[in-house]
Design a binder for this molecule. Structure first.
Ligand code: NAI
Ligand code: MG
Length: 355
């Protein structure tokens, strides 16, 4: 069986880290006997926009829908295309069109990466943020009346559907079953009096099917503080769209450089392809210098293999970059070294073993 993968490098350092991600994914596939086929696309980039006046071809959905996964770099080149155009015109189309309702961000303190939290060592921080990615606070329902007068008023609605809440919470429980059997729910039911109590209610109700998963909940304010003060308390953290957006940046920030953080945009049922990408953007400030850290892209590749059912190959990639980072001989400038993106990518690919 061969998995087909659409490769979309995008802009800036996306095009520099993607070859290193592919190098590692290919190496792991070779060692573990996994059949992969790749097809590269030039859309979702400023260059494509300059040529065609849009970020994606009209038939992007049909072009991509039959792939088993999308491997994405980064999009954005504000000198050429405004950021809201590049993002809404590409990545957000994929997330919505392919109903990628889970945003998954591992948060792990890696060896060899300077820890921003004092006294924390690798092993202390190892959890996953599961963010609802399609509804909640980011709805398009609202409006403005009496504009420009003293009575000016704005309303923006949060929408939580049982379908939407249940599927993300269920995903988080199932992930907790496979990990440390501990789920933390982000809430604010003391201040937000309808939607957040409903969220809490669904978390409690769905817990009945997972009696061996320990569940706790924190209001988002104190939860943010605990991320910084007690990051060792967490295993799987589930959150609504807005809270998850914040936590999924705060979490990785607690573990160091943005260059190493990966992210999955997942359609768990597999009706549509899921998308795997580094958390970082196109980094115009360092693009073209060949010094970007490729670990975020490589780790995203590991998540992709895991999603495709190859947990062993995924673990081998993670193990390889952890060992290379721990040795610390080959480091990109964001980690305090002088190595290039390619040098670090090659080092990691060579460290992957099937043991
Ligand atoms: P950014 O993540 O591109 O860069 C932020 C800072 O982190 C920069 O100083 C950059 O040099 C550094 N950095 C990022 N990735 C790095 C890596 N792999 N190695 C070493 N240093 C790294 O975020 P920024 O500057 O806010 O956005 C730049 C462009 O990227 C914009 O057009 C923005 O819209 C887009 N963007 C796209 C994302 C995506 O495709 N998912 C996510 C975030 C931003
Ligand atoms: Mg964000």
């Amino acid at each position: 069986m061969t998995h087909s993968i659409a490769v979309i490098p995008g802009d800036g350092i996306g095009t520099e880290v993607m070859p290193e991600g592919l190098r590692c994914v290919r190496r792991a596939a070779e060692l573990f006997g996994i059949g992969l086929s790749f097809e590269e696309f030039d859309f979702a980039s400023a260059a494509y926009w300059s040529k065609h006046g849009q970020m994606l071809p009209d038939n992007w959905f049909d072009t991509l829908k039959d792939f088993d996964a999308l491997y994405f770099g980064a999009v954005g080149w504000p000198e050429t295309v405004p950021d809201h155009v590049s993002l809404w015109g590409s990545l957000l189309q994929f997330r919505r069109g392919f109903d990628q309702y889970v945003s998954l961000r591992p948060v792990r303190l890696l060896p060899g990466v300077p820890a921003p939290l004092a006294g924390r060592v690798p092993g202390d921080i190892d959890f996953v943020v599961v963010r609802e990615n399609t509804e909640g606070e980011y709805s398009d329902i609202g409006g403005r009346i009496f504009e420009g007068t003293d009575r000016e008023a704005v309303v923006q609605q949060t929408v939580m559907t049982r379908t939407g809440v249940d599927r993300i919470v269920r995903y988080a429980y199932e992930l907790a079953e496979r990990r440390g059997k501990h789920l933390t729910s982000a809430t604010k039911s003391n201040g937000i009096s309808y939607s957040m109590p409903y969220w809490d209610e669904r978390v409690a109700a769905l817990g009945a099917a997972h009696p061996d998963v320990r569940v706790d909940k924190f209001h988002i304010d104190i939860l943010s503080a605990h991320f910084v003060l007690h990051p060792d308390w967490f295993d799987v953290v589930v959150a609504s769209n807005l809270f998850g957006d914040i936590l999924s940046d705060l979490g990785p920030a607690c573990t160091g450089t943005i260059g190493v953080a990966p992210s999955g945009n997942i359609n768990p049922g597999g009706a549509h392809p899921s998308l795997f990408e580094p958390v970082h953007g196109s980094a115009p400030d360092i693009a073209g210098q060949g010094i970007a850290n490729p670990v975020g892209q490589i780790w995203a590749g590991a998540m992709m293999l895991d999603h495709l059912g190859h947990a062993d190959a995924a673990a081998a990639i993670v193990d390889a970059f952890e060992r290379v980072l721990a040795r610390g001989e080959v480091r990109t400038p964001d980690l305090g070294g002088t190595a290039t993106c390619t040098e670090l990518g090659r080092e990691i690919a060579a460290a992957i073993t099937a043991e």
